[in-house]
Ligand binder design. Structure first.
Ligand code: NAD
Ligand code: TYD
Length: 373
């Protein structure tokens, strides 16, 4: 079958990538979606069980740093679009092992860019109809102050805000963690490939995502699982750090809009207008899990355990995504209360998924898949 478009999505077996792959495979039957993933500890093909047999879906196990393999894939599949999500994504891991972050996030992105450049420049139409879309984070902008530690109502947000400033597309990069430094570096390389070679690139910087299929090292799935197993809930520092939370399916919707309609060489911030102090969001999670498990209200509050703060812990992230709303009409579709209820329910209903991930069994899924099951 001839496909209208052939798109590589990197990191499609991870948390956000799996939602993007699912959306594209289901919505665009005439696109071939090539999920390119190394299947690190964070990659899990069980995240895509529902679409793995779709006729427009292909999975390729590969490392984005493997330039020769990427070059071959570009030509074999006549790739005309790349949506790049593959990355090392956990700040705590980056503090312990920064080299892996530089390798994957910086060198891996560069290897993809160079492969796309050589392949696209070899075609008669060159960059016409092509797109390299790089998914990044709000963490590249650094950290904001808590000028309103108690929270105030604001024009910009559906929820209370904790400071007067917001990250805009024009905010100067000021990353603090090895993770955000590696993402910032990759963002610069992507923009450099536009400015130097004319590659049609676009970059987006998104706030914290939550929802189904997130690896349980991140705050929300970790805490849901720990409450279920009556394990301590490690709150870093005083729990006063603020994050802006967006439901992952809304991020995938934004990626769809921006991939198709975003201006070449532009940057869009994506956020939920939904700031929460860690300790407050933790209390919402406890309340929701206790209610859904039939525990008395407040039952799991005793699991809260204050632990030593993360090194260099950014105080506040807050995204202004007005540009995306005004220019491309995107807005979050879910209120936080609805999103967190859906999320907690999903983890409680999918205990097998969680048990596989926490036991490491999910890493056998790929081997079973290709050994005739
Ligand atoms: P994740 O850690 O859940 O998934 C990362 C995926 O990339 C995994 O499937 C992993 O196997 C794959 N991968 C890692 N190294 C690879 C390599 N060398 N070659 C090929 N594949 C490799 O991450 P996520 O939370 O889904 O984040 C996806 C992207 O979105 C990342 O670029 C991240 O920086 C960005 N982002 C994440 C958030 C968030 O809240 N999670 C917010 C904003 C931006
Ligand atoms: P995380 O989910 O790791 O995302 P990020 O660091 O990219 O924002 O953490 C979200 C917030 O929760 C962050 O301020 C760190 C904090 N946190 C804890 O307090 N305890 C934990 O066990 C984890 C994983 C995070």
């Amino acid at each position: 079958m001839e496909f209208k478009r052939n798109i590589i999505i990197t990191g499609g077996a991870g948390f956000i990538g799996s939602h993007v792959v699912r959306l594209f495979v289901n919505k665009y039957a005439d696109y071939r979606i090539i999920n390119l993933d190394k299947l690190t500890y964070a990659g899990n093909l069980a995240n895509l069980k529902d679409i793995e047999d779709a006729p427009n879906y292909v999975f390729v196990k590969a490392d984005i740093c493997d330039f020769d393999t990427i070059m071959k894939l570009m030509a074999d599949y006549h790739v005309d679009g790349i949506i790049h999500l593959a990355a090392e994504s956990h700040v705590d891991r980056s503090i312990k092992d920064p080299f892996t972050f530089a390798r994957t996030n910086v060198m891996g992105t560069l290897s993809l860019l160079q492969a796309a450049k050589l392949y696209w420049e070899s075609l008669p139409e060159k960059y016409e109809g092509k797109r390299f879309y790089h998914i990044s984070t709000d963490e590249v902008y650094g950290a904001l102050e808590l000028t309103h530690p108690e929270g105030v109502k604001s024009e910009i947000s559906a929820h209370e805000v904790y400071g007067d400033e917001f990250f805009k597309e024009t905010t100067k990069y000021n990353p603090h963690s090895p993770y955000s430094a590696s993402k910032a570096s990759s963002d610069h390389f992507v923009r450099a490939f536009h400015d130097t070679y004319g590659m049609p690139t676009v970059v987006t910087n998104c706030s914290n995502n939550y929802g189904p299929y997130q690896f349980p090292e991140k705050l929300i799935p970790l805490f849901i699982n720990n409450i279920r197993h009556r394990k301590p809930l490690p709150v870093y520092g005083k729990g006063e750090n603020v994050r802006d939370w967006l439901y992952v399916v809304d991020h995938a919707r934004a990626i769809d809009v921006i991939f198709h309609e975003g201006k070449i060489a532009d940057t869009y911030n994506i956020g939920g207008f939904n700031e929460w102090k860690n300790i407050d969001i933790i209390k919402v999670i406890i309340k929701t899990v206790d209610r859904l498990l039939g525990n008395p209200e407040g039952h799991s509050l005793e699991l809260i355990t204050y632990v030593t703060d993360r090194m260099g812990h950014d105080l506040r992230y807050a995204i202004d995504s007005t540009k995306l709303k005004n220019e491309l009409g995107w807005e979050p579709s879910l209120q936080f209360e609805e999103g967190i209820e859906k999320t907690v329910r999903w983890y409680l209903d999918n205990q097998e998924w969680m048990d596989n991930v926490t036991s490491g069994d999910y890493q056998k899924y790929y081997e079973n898949m290709y050994s005739g099951r």
